[in-house]
Design a protein around this ligand. Structure first.
Ligand SMILES: CC(C)(COP(=O)(O)OP(=O)(O)OC[C@H]1O[C@@H](n2cnc3c(N)ncnc32)[C@H](O)[C@@H]1OP(=O)(O)O)[C@@H](O)C(=O)NCCC(=O)NCCS
Length: 184
């Protein structure tokens, strides 16, 4: 079960089907999906995705688990975070993040991703957390560096995305070298 995370301006919480419309509004946009493999073609696809998320599966192996990024001030859903615990070894996790374009460049991505990294590396004691970024995605490259992830590898044309081979940059953090946290 994912326990709500609070930051200065955000509440990060589990998603329900009541979030589907708000999630569809930003996830279906071309500029949001440009570097991502998932782009819903309908509201129903978002509802299906949310229904597949089982609270008991958080911190379990294999599947992507999405949680919502909401504003404290009006509880509006402005984005989502993805967490995938490795099916190979549950001490390894991968993360992803999406922020509604209207709310980008305001530090919300940094705030949300930092909170998630602290949860995974401190509270849940994961050994290593990674993020995979298309290097053409300058906003995401900047965000990963900003939250303190280390750029560890750059794989050339290693992912098939939208009918072409694209590069993949891997960012990572280890529990043992993660700076002191302010995790509540
Ligand atoms: C990547 C993304 C999550 C960033 O979210 P955000 O809320 O705009 O990020 P922040 O405002 O916290 O910015 C973090 C850093 O990135 C920088 N940044 C943001 N957009 C940028 C851009 N287009 N180009 C260069 N740097 C950028 C910011 O200046 C900031 O650095 P700073 O604190 O040193 O000034 C957002 O752009 C997004 O959702 N993109 C579409 C989905 C996507 O591609 N997700 C990533 C998949 S790996």
């Amino acid at each position: 079960m994912f326990e709500e995370l609070k930051t200065d301006r955000l509440i990060i919480r589990g998603l329900t089907t009541a979030d589907a419309e708000a999630m569809h509004a930003y996830r279906s946009r071309q500029e949001v999906a440009r570097f991502q493999s998932w782009q819903p073609q309908s509201l129903e696809q978002v509802i299906e995705l949310i229904k597949r998320i089982k609270p008991e599966n958080f911190n379990c192996d294999g599947e992507w688990y999405q949680v919502g990024i909401t504003l404290k001030e009006d509880l509006k859903l402005i984005g989502d975070l993805g967490i995938q615990i490795s099916s190979r070894d549950s001490r390894l996790a991968e993360v992803g993040i999406t922020v509604h374009p209207q709310y980008q460049n305001k530090g919300y991505g940094r705030e949300a991703l930092s909170a998630l990294l602290n949860l995974l590396l401190y509270k849940l004691g994961k050994h290593r957390v990674t993020a995979s970024v298309d290097p053409r995605n300058l906003a995401s490259m900047a965000l990963m560096k900003r939250v303190g992830l280390r750029q560890e590898g750059h794989f050339i044309k290693s992912i098939w995305l939208k009918d072409t081979w694209v590069d993949d940059v891997i960012f990572a953090a280890l529990k043992n070298d993660w700076p002191n946290s302010t995790f509540p």
